[in-house]
Ligand binder design. Structure first.
Ligand code: HEM
Length: 122
């Protein structure tokens, strides 16, 4: 029961990550406050995914499941990278200089790389 709830949460948060990363990119011309708010939600989703992913991982291990450890390790690394880039982006939003759109491009590419990996690598 609990692992199933974690599984659906993991999927739900993935959707949140996809939607907020796309919103960050589409709303790059919006006011700073709006951009900060979207970045805040994005960071909330990515941090939650990390936590839920870890809990789900240990639950599956306890069940004796055979997991693809390489895939999970790469997911962790990409997720950490995503969190770091998004945190720098959010911090820079308050500054005087305009923030480079390269940050948003990196975030979007990274998100799609994770999703492609999740579904194409079994
Ligand atoms: C943005 C990051 C992530 C996304 C989008 C994501 C997405 C998914 C999806 C869609 C699944 C179900 C499909 C499948 O079985 O592969 C899944 C499974 C799983 N994820 Fe994640 N995940 C992410 C990060 C993590 C992290 C950080 C961990 C653990 C530390 C984790 C642990 C797991 C585990 C243990 C499974 C079950 C694998 C299995 O049953 O074979 N995930 N993830």
């Amino acid at each position: 029961m609990l692992p199933q709830i974690m599984y659906y949460l993991h999927y739900g948060i993935m959707l949140g990550i996809v939607i907020t990363s796309a919103l960050m990119f589409l709303k790059k011309g919006a006011e700073i406050e709006v951009k900060k708010k979207i970045a805040k939600y994005f960071l909330a989703f990515t941090h939650s995914q990390f936590l839920i992913g870890m809990i789900y991982f240990f639950m599956r291990m306890q069940e004796g499941a055979h997991l693809n450890h390489m895939k999970i390790g790469i997911k962790i690394l990409l997720l950490i990278e995503l969190i770091i880039v998004a945190t720098i982006y959010k911090k820079k939003l308050g500054g005087e200089k305009p923030v480079s759109p390269v940050f948003l491009l990196i975030i979007l590419i990274n998100v799609f790389a994770i999703i492609a990996m999740v579904f194409l690598w079994k």
